[in-house]
Design a protein around this ligand. Sequence first.
Ligand code: HEM
Ligand SMILES: [Cu+2]
Length: 639
Amino acid sequence: MTFYLFDRSFYIASDVLLAYITVILSGAAIFYLITKADKWPTIKKYVTTTHHRKIGVLYLLSATLFFIRAGIEALIIRVQLAVPENDWWVFQGDKFNEAFTTHGTIMIFFVAMPLLIGLMNVAVPLQIGARDMAFPYMNAVSFWLFLAGAILVNMSFFMTASPNAGWTAYAPLSISTYTPEAGNDYYVFGLQVSGIGTILAAINMIVTIVRHRAPGMKLTRMPLFPWSTLITSFLILIAFPVLTIALYILMFDRMFGTQFFTGEAGSPIYWQHLFWIFGHPEVYIIILPAFGIFSDIISTFSKKRVFGYTSMVIAITIIGLLGFMVWVHHMFTVGLGPLVNTVFAITTMLIAVPTGIKIFNWLFTMRKGLIQLTTPMLFSLGFIPTFVVGGVTGVMLSVAAADMQYHDSYFVVAHFHYTMIGGTVLGAFAGIYYWFPKMFGIKLKETLGKWHFWLFVIGFHITFFPMHLAGLNGMPRRVYTYLPKDDVFIYNFVSTIGAFLMGLGTLAFIWNIYQSFKNPDYTGNDPWDGRTLEWAVPSPAPEHPFQPMPLVKTIDPLWEAKRNRGGKLPEAESARSAPIDVTSWQPIGLAGMMMVFSLAFIYHQTWLQIIAGIGVLSFFVIRNLTDEHVRVAREEENE
Ligand code: HEM
Ligand SMILES: [Cu+2]
């Protein structure tokens, strides 16, 4: 759309204009509602908090918002592809490239990751009897850095500079020769800033799990969600620095004229290696925690201890290790030679073994169990067959010779949505329904939960099953249209209908949250007749849980206590000390400054770079001068 002001013309694309209007109007509405309900003090509490439950809620809330944004993009993609030779609105050509790039990038980094890290924050400390995360302040820093990165990537659209080289940002397309606009700089800085937050979160999880378990809770008595969190955190700790390095190098190629990925000595294949050495572990980073969630939920609602506990732990560990040895399965068509392809085909196929073990363990956990079809359990049951389909197509793709056909086709798109939606997203929904009482003291409505489940899962299969067939019929991914004679119309049309059903399912979820707060069902400590420690503390979880500190003697201590000791957990003699909780504006300040710093680089503003750089460093200095241990010690002296 073109506007005229004082003889000058301004062009704003109509989709961007619509986004501006939507954001301004909904922003004003939210501002009004908050003021009317007098909620600014609550917001301040959340913004300055270092408490694990509140930070968990912040992660989940942001993830939900980004899910809506990237979900709308998915619907746009589906509408554009509904019929052949479609020229609907503006989403052809480069706009389409931008749509699938930001859809993929946001879904992976700013939806899947924070959904899981959010649930870890809410549940893991309580499940292991810790009083908070080991480093509460750093936890807040992690969250705000994640959000700063996410805002950077989301902002690009409003600056009409969306990343457009795919979520994989393959060189040479992603270097400035081919994409000189700011879009891929937003990608680089957004992922870099949020990646630092993720690495810090992983360190925090590892230390919390290793150092802050309740007395008696040996690693062999730890529930499976904390176990999968521990393994996942190690994967993050190893894989994310590879992404950090890759992004740095890409930044140098884009901004400072180096030639790592082009030219005489450089090669675009280097980017593919670096990206997938990070990228494959990344897909396990977003699936293993979901496995943990399903294990705990299936055990709770089958009223049985999880079958094959030890083999579950070993399987997660092996999947984690193998995850680092398979990255070349994304590069079978590059031409690395038959030997390399064979080795990586075999390691990839091996992963099916521990995954299969887990599937059978879940089935055996349910066998002869007293199964309760609550909403979290339904999501877990929906996961098993869906994920098996994703696993089977994964094994098909791992056959290097066959992958020459499958590669970059819609078959791949179907495969990874079966694993990521069938695994991660269903897992996150299951976890949200399951732990919602621990977050807010109320349950989500079961009837609406069932609507959510059925619409979403049926919609999912209608959307993604036909994509396998479109892919086998030769439809490549990342294309904005096709011809009638390509014979893929019917698959695409059905797929688009399914996508809208998923959208309806998501609306049911949001409506459910609204209804549940409006007519709350208050629940006690233990709404699901749970087995693990989090159900022994009040809902919502208080600032100082576990007084007195329990002594753990089995895998499901609360269940054991309910059977044999009238529900009272044995008490430990000496409690673990609680981390010092503070409230602070520093984490959000630091993250905000990082954002300014990044923008200064994206728009090449040297002075702003210097000032914002000093700003970032000064937060480190301030932090050093405000040691809360000293403050607390002084307060205790004065008492
Ligand atoms: C909610 C319903 C969803 C629908 C209808 C949907 C649809 C699509 C479609 C049609 C594509 C292919 C675009 C193309 O190649 O031209 C795509 C790509 C992608 N989707 Fe989704 N998606 C959904 C949810 C998700 C979720 C939850 C995730 C991850 C957690 C995800 C991750 C991705 C990724 C990584 C890509 C690849 C982007 C690229 O090629 O760079 N999607 N999606
Ligand atoms: Cu992979």
